[in-house]
Design a protein around this ligand. Structure first.
Ligand code: AMP
Length: 512
């Protein structure tokens, strides 16, 4: 009996249309066909092998987004090596940790930091530090030119690693999530099916290329569908709107959608040829969902996932895409919501921790067997740390992270509940609610609020308005106004920064 080839690289190209079909186009009009993408991946694979990369070796990459960065990803997995992308914002000190932990054979970075990286003690065992800049130039590109495009794809088993992605972890050390060939293959297959991607699709790819969303959800899915991408270095509302009449789909973080809505020339007509708008990586406000529908007639499809578990729930392609929810578990996913303390499943509409099992769930954290063991249940479910609930219709709601849970006077306060009440107030654009140390309550509920342009809502108005809407222990003790909430590149609100900023708020004066 013939065994199915589980090699991710091979599976990504299994539905390849005509080899002359364009897979990737840049905003400047540079185009690469499917044949050229595979040829480029072949050249990268040959270059890596010449540098000493063997199957299972790590290739660490901190480069700006470019078509060559995509070839580097594909060439790495084609050589059977493990792709290890790093956020372009990481400092040298952070890189030292990742290199020391992952022990890559090859590092590819921006030419500007090459020498500093090569001098790091943690890079001693690295065989070569290569360069690639935003224009796709550098020592790696030079090597590619000299290499043949022919390469025998290294076969891999389903359980072999394809990538390690370090999580953004706001507390403690960043952890390297080990993703296998079959984790990524199975998820890409599920998404092609569930979101109806075909060779006719053209996706606007404006996401970063070092994070699971842009790297796997967007790229793997479109490759597997035989579709194509507009590959943009970053999100720019004007460029995205200009390209929309030639595209069919957009994947974005919620801020993309608020930024699109802020443009007057983002109209119903512009989106007429679009088939699908997808949002994830951070919560999409129900209000944004509704404003988007009103403007364009499109219901944004919100989904939920995480580096460790890939895409896990999604609103339906056909059927109601319910604002403020992340939809249903995707096919192949088992999802349950359990009590924080007892680990027993909770009732419908009750909040607990989301746990997940399925072929898309990662293999564990690199070099951290103990940490891995504490985050899985004995029956194989991964404890996500996300708090959520399942409503009577089966839709999953995300309520926050367990580490963001506020315990005030012994009571649990879910920030999302308080934020929803504040966001519904006249004059409020959005808010973030978090806990900081409080001498009487343990933690004091605190809010930071962004006003709508020109609105004059005051702290007193916010606090008063909540008095008859929320139980006393859930009411913020203070509310502050800011122009913008602190967010990371994926649009996630950085509550750790807010907690640090307001850390001493409720401490009696003079007690440092
Ligand atoms: P990352 O590993 O960087 O993709 O971050 C994963 C985390 O992002 C999840 O654990 C959630 O806390 C959050 N997240 C992702 N998608 C959503 C969503 N649609 N709504 C709310 N939170 C989300």
């Amino acid at each position: 009996m013939a065994m199915t080839d589980e090699t991710l690289y091979t599976r990504l190209f299994s539905n390849q249309p005509d080899a002359d079909k364009v897979f990737l186009e840049t905003a400047e009009g540079r185009a690469l066909t499917y044949a050229e993408i595979q040829a480029g991946a072949g050249r990268v694979a040959n270059a890596l092998v010449r540098l000493g990369v063997k199957p299972g070796d790590r290739v660490a990459v901190q480069v700006e987004k470019s078509p060559e960065a995509l070839l580097l990803y594909l060439g790495t997995i084609r050589a059977g090596a493990v792709y290890l992308p790093l956020n372009t914002g990481y400092t040298l000190a952070e890189l030292a940790y990742f290199l020391g932990d992952a022990e890559p054979t090859v590092v590819v970075c921006d030419p500007e930091v090459r020498d500093e990286i090569a001098r790091l003690p943690e890079a001693k065992a690295v065989a070569s530090v290569e360069t690639l800049d935003a224009a796709g130039q550098g020592s790696l590109a030079d090597r590619m030119e000299k290499e043949s495009e022919a390469f025998q794809t290294v076969p891999r088993a389903g359980d072999d690693l394809a990538a390690i992605l370090y999580t953004s972890g706001t507390t403690g050390r960043s952890k390297g999530a080990m993703l296998t060939q079959s984790n990524l293959t199975s998820n890409a297959e599920t998404l092609v099916e569930s979101w109806h991607f075909t060779a006719d699709d053209v996706l606007i790819h404006a996401l970063p290329f070092f994070h699971t969303h842009g790297l796997f959800v967007a790229t793997n899915t479109l490759l597997m569908a035989g579709g194509s991408l507009f590959f943009l270095p970053k999100f720019d509302a004007g460029t995205v709107i200009d390209l929309m009449p030639r595209a069919t789909a957009l994947m974005g973080v919620p801020t993309y959608y608020t930024r699109l809505l802020a443009q007057e020339f983002f109209t119903h007509d512009v989106t007429e040829g679009m088939r699908l708008f997808i949002s994830g990586s951070a919560p999409l406000l129900a209000e944004t969902h509704q404003a988007f529908s009103a403007r364009t007639g499109h219901a944004i499809l919100e989904r939920y996932g995480m580096t460790e578990i890939n895409m896990t729930t999604s609103n339906p392609y056909e059927g109601e895409r319910r604002p403020g929810t992340v939809g249903f578990p995707l096919p192949g996913t088992e999802l349950r919501v359990v009590d924080l303390e007892t680990g027993n499943p909770v009732a419908t509409d009750e909040v607990g921790v989301i746990e997940v099992r399925g072929p898309h769930v990662f293999k564990g954290y690199w070099n951290m067997p103990e940490k891995t063991a504490t985050e899985f249940r004995a029956d194989g479910f991964f404890i996500t740390g996300d708090l959520g609930k399942i409503d009577g219709d089966g839709y999953v709601h995300i309520v926050g992270r367990d580490k963001d849970l506020i315990i005030s006077g012994g009571f649990n306060v879910y920030p999302k509940e308080v934020e929803s009440e504040i966001d519904a107030l006249e004059g409020v654009a959005e808010s973030a609610v978090f806990g900081v140390p409080h001498p009487d309550f343990g933690e004091g509920v605190t809010a930071v609020v962004v006003r709508n342009t020109g609105a004059h809502v005051s702290e007193e108005q916010v606090l008063n308005a909540l008095k008859d809407r929320l139980a006393r222990y859930k009411q913020p003790k203070r509310a502050f106004f800011v122009d913008e909430l602190p967010r990371n590149t994926m649009g996630k609100i950085q509550k750790n920064i807010l907690r640090e900023t307001y850390d001493r708020l409720y401490q009696p004066a003079g007690q440092d």
